[in-house]
Design a protein around this ligand. Structure first.
Ligand code: MG
Length: 450
């Protein structure tokens, strides 16, 4: 079977692995597996028109109707799918990848990311000769406007708008010339927030800077916040604006695990308790912060669809990963960059400046090791570590997590690269370093002995 889907949809360099033949066959396979009407959105990449046209043609050839929503964030497409009677959605985006990449992401009829089972049935169908329908039953293609605005209005309806409006805040927003341009400036305007926008040119060069929202890539945003005396916050998205990261009012980058902990704590406080969901790899800073306000943290395997599904099962209020992918149950079960802005503004106004909230968190030290490991040895390394750590408390949710009184170690094979990862964390830096080195050596010993 052709392996199409990675951890985040199908991606590749355009006119190499991501080409119109693949996109056409993907469109046919998606429509053949689950017939009906599909909403299609794109990010702002130059190649989106070409890939979207091929996917649309494939869908229509098997009898599906297509609704073209235009350029908008992935969560705005997901909101449209969730609130309309359609079979699903397709997002043309390669998220944070460089401009030569593009990708196809499938959205289920409830607006969530397609499950691995749904992806597997599309892959199975992809390898077949998929018959086209009789000419009289081919699908139609209709442009639909207003989906981005509806998404913004839905976010606004969930927020304490009076609180935010009265504060007359100023923020700096970095759209990375991506899809967030179509929603985040509008959202901030509707909230009465003055937004100084950089990289707000979606018809121009994508991206405005390498679009993974890391500290290195957000230097302009950090400088602009420092140079803007009134700014209480810097906001940045990735290319398709499902993720959101923040810079505090002094221009300091706030790591994603700290944002998760701060928003989780705010939301639990607001609700007087509740469940927060995050993968096993996330820092314990979230358990510490959530525990202090009477909430509970549930852990999952790595990947935002896993977090979203666990939130549905447990009634979790909020969840996410430390890369800025944040999920708010009261809006929708997917990563939602726009909603993250709203909840962060509320948190600043009800609890205090972001810088103070970061300073109040218990410091945890995480050490991350990357070990080169051929794919065929990954399972062996995991077994070896498991065998040689008998008597230690373990969490087998994803890879192997070893739980100690003063910290933890997570040993986990990468799903996409020939790499084995060892993470260690403790409130004591020396302990974190010692744990990481110990289990890195153990994994290396196993690899070299095979
Ligand atoms: Mg993304």
């Amino acid at each position: 079977m052709t392996k199409l889907f990675g951890t985040n949809g199908v991606r590749g360099v355009v006119n190499q692995e991501m080409n119109v033949h693949l996109a056409l066959q993907m469109g046919k396979a998606i429509g053949a597996v689950n017939p009906g009407t599909y909403a299609i959105g794109t990010d702002t990449r130059y190649t989106c028109d070409m890939i979207r046209s091929a996917v649309s043609a494939g869908l229509m050839s098997v009898g599906c109707n297509v609704l073209l929503l235009g350029a908008l964030p992935t969560p705005a497409l997901q909101y449209y799918v969730k609130t309309h009677n359609v079979a699903g959605g397709v997002m043309i985006t390669a998220s944070h990848n460089p401009p030569e990449f593009n990708g196809i992401k499938v959205i289920a009829s409830d607006g969530t990311e397609a499950s691995s089972e749904q992806e597997a049935s599309i892959e199975e169908k992809y390898d077949e000769t998929i018959p086209a329908v009789d000419w009289a039953f081919t699908g139609t293609c209709t442009e639909v406007s207003g989906a981005a605005d509806d998404y913004v209005d839905a976010i606004v309806s969930k927020l304490d708008v009076d609180l935010i409006r009265e504060a007359k805040l100023t923020v700096v927003l970095d759209c990375t010339n991506g899809a967030s341009f179509y929603t985040s400036p509008l959202l901030l305007r509707k909230l009465g927030v003055r937004a100084i926008t950089i990289n707000g040119n979606p018809q121009g060069e994508f991206p405005g800077h390498p679009s993974e929202p890391t500290e290195d890539n957000l230097q302009d945003l950090m400088k602009m916040v420092r140079d803007t005396p009134d700014a209480v916050l810097g906001i940045a998205h990735d290319g398709d604006a499902d993720r959101c990261v923040f810079v505090d009012g002094d221009g300091n980058y706030v790591p994603g695990d700290k944002t998760l902990a701060i928003l989780a704590s705010s939301i639990v406080k607001q609700n007087g308790g509740g469940v927060i969901v995050t993968p096993v790899a996330t820092s314990s800073v979230i358990d510490d912060a959530v525990g202090k306000v009477g909430g509970e943290v549930v852990r999952t395997a790595v990947g935002s669809p896993k977090v979203a599904r666990m939130m549905m099962e447990t009634g979790g209020l909020f969840g996410g990963e430390e890369n800025g992918g944040l999920i708010f149950a009261d809006h929708q079960y997917c990563r939602d960059g726009g909603m993250a802005i709203g909840r962060m503004l509320e948190s600043i106004l009800t609890i205090g400046p972001l810088k103070d909230q970061v300073a109040a968190l218990t410091p945890f030290y995480t050490v991350k090791k990357k070990i080169v490991c051929p794919d065929h040895l990954k399972e062996e390394v995991l077994k070896y570590l498991d065998k040689n750590t008998e008597g230690i408390n373990k969490d087998p949710t994803d890879g192997l997590k070893l739980l100690f009184d003063n910290g933890w170690v997570l040993a986990r094979a990468s799903g996409t690269e020939p790499i084995f990862r060892v993470y260690a964390e403790s409130t004591d830096k020396a302990v974190a370093e010692e744990l990481a080195s110990k289990y890195e050596s153990m994994a290396k010993l196993c690899i070299s002995s095979m």
